[in-house]
Write a protein that binds this ligand. Structure first.
Ligand code: SF4
Length: 312
């Protein structure tokens, strides 16, 4: 009897393990597929590129590096990867963690040591937010490092949810319709910045990072509170997502599907030059008709399912 019980329990733990493995493989496939698609859609990486992958020690950048290393192996083009971490000398920063991890992968990497922490503490009065000076300093150091390393692309670990949060931050606090681009030239005009996780959800990344047991370095070592406005937007989006499943996906599709004629930016659309055409105009003004979303939403939901399942 005892034997039977133990056999049964071993079978059930086996099937739980198999299920876990199956789910992880599905998740991994989906993330790889989404990164590959973003790279392709925005021509992020080209033959001969040297990609500087910025590694903070958080879940996003570990996941990005892991997936880029895989894609490099199977890509039909040749590109190099060099991982870079900036040790900002925050108190308690576990400086052995990243070198040990990167050495275990056997890849090129560079740890840049710059005490921006002291500069920030020195310049910013107690109680004021330190993030804007800190990130300005970090940006400058990363640009300089990219130049020294001869990197042709700088890869950052921002994902889809970061992009949407930025969209709302800019709308709510900056009066701009502007998100975070998958690919853009750097503000000093000297580098091309790419975000290969642009199509990946934070939830997937979190699950992947947990399953892969990356050696995460806490991100609050500087003692600064995470930007409160961003935190509020994040909560708003999470709340919407719970109450209206599919809304996040729909909003992300919206930033890929912009109709300048239906906004009010006269620099983006030449309203002064509008003329009648005498023939039906696709997407012309429907005057008093209320917009209809039913079919579009259903269509969107179908497409979302497709996107999610692309990698399955
Ligand atoms: S949270 Fe800390 S390390 Fe991050 S940007 Fe702000 S000050 Fe810098």
């Amino acid at each position: 009897m005892n034997q039977l019980t133990s056999a049964e329990s071993s079978t059930s733990s086996h099937s739980a393990e198999n299920k876990q493995k199956y789910n992880f493989n599905k998740l991994q496939k989906r993330l790889r597929r989404n990164v590959g698609k973003a790279i392709d859609d925005f021509k992020m990486i080209e033959d001969g590129d040297k990609v500087m992958v910025c590694l903070s020690g958080g879940k996003d950048s570990y996941t990005m590096l892991d997936i880029l290393l895989f894609l490099r192996k199977i890509a039909p083009i040749h590109f190099d990867i060099v991982a870079v971490n900036l040790d900002q000398k925050q108190p308690g920063f576990p400086e052995h963690v990243l070198p040990e991890y990167l050495a275990s992968l056997g890849i090129d990497y560079k740890i840049v040591e710059e005490d921006t922490y002291s500069i920030v503490k020195d310049k910013i009065p107690e109680g004021k937010t330190t993030c804007s000076l800190c990130s300005r300093l970090r940006r400058g150091i990363l640009y300089r490092t990219a130049k020294e390393l001869g990197a042709t692309k700088i890869a950052l670990g921002h994902h889809r949810d970061d992009m949407l949060e930025t969209l709302f931050l800019n709308m709510f606090h900056g009066g701009k319709l502007k998100a975070m681009p998958p690919k853009l030239v750097s503000d000093n005009g000297e580098h091309i910045v790419i975000r290969p996780l642009a199509y990946c959800s934070e939830k997937d990344i979190q699950k992947y990072s947990d399953a892969a047991s990356f050696p995460i370095i806490p991100c609050n070592l500087c003692g600064s509170q995470e930007n409160l406005q961003r935190q509020n937007i994040k909560m708003m989006l999470q709340d919407w997502n719970k109450r209206f499943p599919g809304r996040i996906e729909s909003m992300f599709r919206a930033i890929q599907n912009v109709a300048p004629s239906h906004l009010a930016d006269k620099n983006l659309y030449d309203f002064a030059a509008i003329q009648t055409t005498g023939a039906p105009v696709a997407d012309g003004d429907t005057a008093f008709d209320a917009p209809e979303f039913k079919d579009e939403l259903a269509e969107e939901n179908r497409s979302d399912v497709q996107i999610v399942n692309l990698a399955d």
